[in-house]
Design a protein around this ligand. Structure first.
Ligand code: SAH
Ligand code: DHB
Ligand code: MG
Length: 228
């Protein structure tokens, strides 16, 4: 039986044992809440998952779409090697300002940069400017645009790039065929695209925890998008 309280208790157990108490990360959440940002950052075990994936990939160049207060940004930036870089895209100037302060307080502001603007404006500009390729991408902005974010992410990728997409299950709404909600249409469209996209190998894993019932899509880019 679903038991959200138990999911939260297990997240707390894992967090207490495996996520070292950390002033910068906890401070980022506290500062974000104080500034009125919504409490929708990845959970501590999910943040650590992102850090572990960044290390597994040995990523040097990370792209994040959707910064909020920079909580996930700090997790990923810290997992980078020396000279690694992270660019995070955020449409809300207030969120970006809070995130920049949090990144500075965490000591990762020389590694991680927040760019303000709608990601669908920023991403084409990055391609035009010859930025990338990135070796790790975390898509976590507005859900209706996920299919477009995925396409731009592949364009900014190289063979071996890992793309992680947050919030793709949404309490099971992923299988709601009648769904007219733009965010549900977005995550369903992502899966339809993935079903035929021969440039990537992908799967979706359902998750439960303090953020409820949701899931991640994980994809790896197999071929060089530049030669297609
Ligand atoms: N990755 C963060 C949470 C991001 S919440 C973490 O886990 O800590 C989603 C963020 O995406 C919000 O800050 C929201 O303002 C931003 N966002 C929404 N629409 C966007 C758009 N069109 N372009 C860029 N960012 C957007
Ligand atoms: C929402 C966005 C997120 O990125 C998330 O992890 C949870 C909720 C939201 O917009 O409601
Ligand atoms: Mg999210």
């Amino acid at each position: 039986m679903p038991d959200p309280q138990l999911w939260t208790a297990v997240d707390e157990y894992v967090t207490n044992l495996l996520v070292t108490p950390d002033d910068a990360l906890e401070g980022a959440l506290a500062a974000s809440a104080a500034a009125g940002l919504p409490p929708i950052s990845v959970s501590p075990p999910q943040g650590k998952l992102l850090a572990v994936l960044v290390e597994i990939r040995d990523a040097h160049h990370i792209l994040e779409i959707g910064t909020l207060g920079g909580y996930s940004t700090i997790w990923m930036a810290r997992a980078l090697p020396a000279k690694g870089r992270l660019i995070s895209l955020e449409v809300n100037p207030h969120h970006a300002e809070v995130a920049r302060r949090n990144l500075a307080a965490a000591g990762v502001d020389s590694v991680a940069e927040v760019r303000v603007g709608a990601a669908l404006d920023t991403l084409p500009k990055m391609v035009d400017d010859g930025e990338g390729p990135f070796d790790f991408v975390f898509i976590d902005a507005d859900k209706a645009n996920i299919p477009d974010y995925f396409e731009w992410s592949v364009t900014l990728s190289k063979p071996g790039t890992v793309i992680v997409v947050d919030n793709v299950v949404r309490n099971g709404a992923l299988v709601d065929e009648s769904g007219e909600k733009p965010e549900v249409v977005g995550v369903r469209r992502l899966h339809e695209v993935l079903a035929t996209d021969r440039r990537v190998t992908a799967t979706t894993i359902q998750t439960v925890g303090s953020k409820g019932y949701d899931g991640f899509t994980l994809a790896i880019v197999k071929v060089d998008p530049a030669v297609l």
